[in-house]
Design a protein around this ligand. Structure first.
Ligand SMILES: N[C@@H](CCC[C@H](N)C(=O)O)C(=O)O
Length: 285
């Protein structure tokens, strides 16, 4: 029997299987990640956070002097993504809970670069400095809604790609069982996360998201930051600007500072731990 120790955590109900692997001994295949994330035959999650020392992973060794720990993030289908905003907050909460980092401010390594985390000792909300958003240009990018009409999308890159669509009602996004069609495909050669946004009040929006590699999730941290940036630009907001972004799984507060850095704050919880028998997982090709 090949057992794997895991924990389960979530940030605004964007949930993750956390796999401690300090020395980088594990080589989880995409099929194993997908099996762990399977909500019926596995543990169930939107993604996997492997916790490995930066020095022990070739993807992060160059960041080891600044950040001891590397968040190796995988989507629920086993694919690799550059960044996961809620994942960073859950990852940092885990490091503190496990005694691997002291509460307060510390850095972690991600494929999207080094992120500075603030984790209070009392279990309160965790903040991540997401860095500066990129706006690669949105000309001609459109998302087709289930009723066949199209809406312009705002192209925002938070380390990973996003298409932000303003709608009048979040139900316009439909059931999101499949990825919303985005055109032209060339705008997002690596695929895209799609966010639908409505206004709730000045400085306050709500969103739904279809995540690349995971489907509709209850929250997406990079997506919420992309939504904040797109909304602040639409509103002509002066920086610093703070927006509240409601997601199906809770609430995130996002500030874009005068220097363009974006900080996201919200809950991050570790809710379970256990062991899984890797040999019992259902691997699909
Ligand atoms: N849920 C995450 C984003 C995870 C990656 C995304 N699905 C992608 O493929 O880019 C978040 O909180 O940011």
């Amino acid at each position: 029997m090949s057992t794997l120790r895991f924990l389960k955590g979530h940030g605004t109900e964007n949930d993750f299987v956390i796999v401690p692997d300090a020395d980088g001994a594990l080589d989880l295949s995409a099929a194993q990640v997908a099996a762990l994330c399977d909500r019926r035959a596995g543990i169930g999650a939107d993604g996997v956070l492997r916790v490995v020392r930066s020095a022990k992973d070739p993807a992060a060794a160059h960041m080891a002097a600044e950040a001891e720990w590397f968040m190796d993030y995988r989507n629920a289908d086993g694919s690799i993504a550059e960044m996961c905003g809620n994942g960073t907050r859950v990852f940092a909460r885990y490091l503190v809970a496990a005694g691997e980092a002291a509460p307060g401010t510390f850095k972690i390594a991600t494929r999207g670069g080094i992120k500075t985390m603030q984790v209070p000792a009392d279990g309160g909300d965790v903040t991540v400095d997401m860095g500066v958003a990129k706006l690669p240009g949105s000309d001609g990018i459109e998302v087709t809604l289930p009723d066949g009409t199209t809406r312009p999308a705002v192209n925002v890159n938070m380390g990973n790609p996003h298409a932000v669509v303003f709608v009048d009602d979040l139900d316009e996004a439909g059931n999101l069982f499949t990825a919303p069609p985005v055109a032209p495909a060339a705008a997002y050669p690596e695929g895209v996360n799609v966010e639908f946004v409505v206004d709730r009040a000045p400085g306050h929006v709500a969103m739904r998201v279809h995540e690349r590699g995971s489907g509709e999730t209850r929250s997406c941290g990079t997506g919420a930051c992309a939504v904040m940036v797109a909304t602040a630009r639409r509103d002509g907001a002066a920086l610093p600007a703070t927006y509240t972004v409601d997601v199906p799984g809770g609430r995130l507060v996002i500030t874009e500072h005068a220097d363009g850095r974006i900080e996201m704050t919200g809950p991050a919880r570790i809710v379970a731990e256990g062991e899984v028998d890797l040999g019992e997982l259902t691997l699909r090709s």
